[in-house]
Design a protein around this ligand. Structure first.
Ligand code: HEM
Length: 368
């Protein structure tokens, strides 16, 4: 039995010598009186916990905090050899895991390792959580955020346009997402907001949707309408000009200069002859042939066109088509815009009357 016991003890010694568990090292340190044991353990400088798990940190820190409050026991010295190695290093940052008992504390621990150290406050691990504590709740609610469950962005946007109320309901389930996203659409009639949103925010295809007059609104040019354009002069087919080349000194300006001279007598009647009452028979005699003047009736007045023949832009033959008859209709068919009353004022012979209304028939015969 003694041999068995000795062998067990020997095996245990060999096992502990090989594996060297922490409590054995602590025991050995206490036994051998290691100088580092006498050092007052720095609770806040438990750097080995920085790489440990967060919960382990919290537990370890809490445990070490209790130890410190009690007495400088050598339990801290038994943390590991790394404790002694890092003793010379600057104090590590405060373990934020105490404030955030959730998994987010791990990330903050890594970031805090790079930031300058702050005075650790172990007393802060009170349940009083800052607003960041709600962030942990956000993380917990993030998986419930229906990004993956929602349809693709394009279809989601289309759905949002088609039904704005649904989009307003969607972000309400996850408030964190609304802070980084665009504000929800304004509550209002969906019929009015849908075309504006689709045109300003999205290049969504307009092929779908029951909106009736959506395409004509965008395709139509401003200022145009679906009605036929009003008739204009430009819409008429261009007719070939029948103007003739006038001889020198017979331009419209030359005619205006000649007709406005007070001394000029273009009527073709003896000076001082009053305006005649011209019957159709009398008019038919004045054809501009056989030495006779060319008379025409325009608007009930009889004009002597003979002096104007070389000044007519349309040529003498065209003007003579109305000679000896009423040319009102023909004149209006070609150029109704021409002010013949002013241009032929000095060529006025008289008025066109009926056959029996002529008073000075003898005078008219004498003119022939
Ligand atoms: C009633 C018989 C007449 C006939 C058949 C006739 C014919 C024509 C024709 C064919 C033209 C050329 C139109 C063009 O190609 O643009 C023309 C032009 C013109 N005619 Fe006459 N004409 C007549 C009487 C008169 C009279 C009485 C006047 C004025 C005193 C007149 C003044 C003009 C003028 C100013 C133009 C130039 C119009 C323009 O520049 O657009 N015509 N005429």
């Amino acid at each position: 039995m003694a041999i068995i016991g000795l062998s067990l003890v020997l095996a245990s010694v060999v096992y502990f010598a090989i594996r060297r568990p922490p409590f054995i090292q602590t025991f050995l340190a206490l036994w051998c009186g290691h100088p580092r044991i006498d050092q007052p353990p720095n609770i806040r400088s438990s750097p080995s916990l920085g790489t440990a798990d967060t919960q382990d940190q919290s537990h370890a820190n809490t445990r070490t905090g209790q130890d410190v409050s009690e007495a400088p026991k050598p339990i801290l010295a038994s943390a590991s050899r790394a404790v002694a190695d890092r003793a010379a290093m600057p104090p590590p940052p405060p373990p934020p895991a105490i404030r955030m008992p959730n998994g987010t504390a791990k990330t903050t621990t890594t970031t805090a390792a790079t930031t300058p150290p702050e005075p650790p406050t172990i007393s802060t691990p009170s349940p009083q959580t800052t607003p960041k504590a709600s962030a942990t709740q956000r993380n917990g609610s993030i998986p419930s955020f229906s990004l993956s469950a929602s349809p693709p962005p394009s279809s989601a946007a289309v759905a949002r346009n088609a039904n704005p109320t649904a989009s307003s309901v969607l972000p309400s389930s996850s408030k964190p997402s609304t802070s980084s996203m665009a504000p929800p659409p304004r509550p209002g009639p969906p019929v009015l907001t849908t075309p504006n949103a689709s045109s300003s925010l999205l290049a969504a295809p307009r092929t779908s949707g029951p909106l009736p007059n959506r395409l004509p609104t965008y395709d139509r040019q401003p200022g145009t309408s679906t009605l036929a354009p009003p008739p204009t002069h430009s819409s008429k087919p261009a007719k070939p000009s029948r103007k003739v080349t006038l001889s020198p000194g017979h331009s419209p300006l030359d005619w205006a200069r000649l007709a406005n001279q007070p001394t000029s007598d273009l009527r073709g009647v003896p000076p001082g002859t009053p305006y005649l009452r011209v019957t159709p028979t009398m008019l038919r005699r004045q054809t501009g042939r056989k030495g006779k003047d060319a008379w025409t009736a325009l608007g009930g007045r009889v004009y002597n066109m003979t002096p104007y023949l070389p000044f007519h832009p349309g040529g003498e033959p065209e003007l003579l088509r109305a000679a000896g008859r009423d040319g009102t209709r023909l004149f209006g068919e070609i150029h109704p815009w021409v002010n013949y009353e002013t241009m032929l004022a000095s060529c006025l012979v008289g008025l066109l009357v009926e056959e029996g209304e002529a008073e000075s028939t003898g005078e008219m015969d004498a003119m022939d």
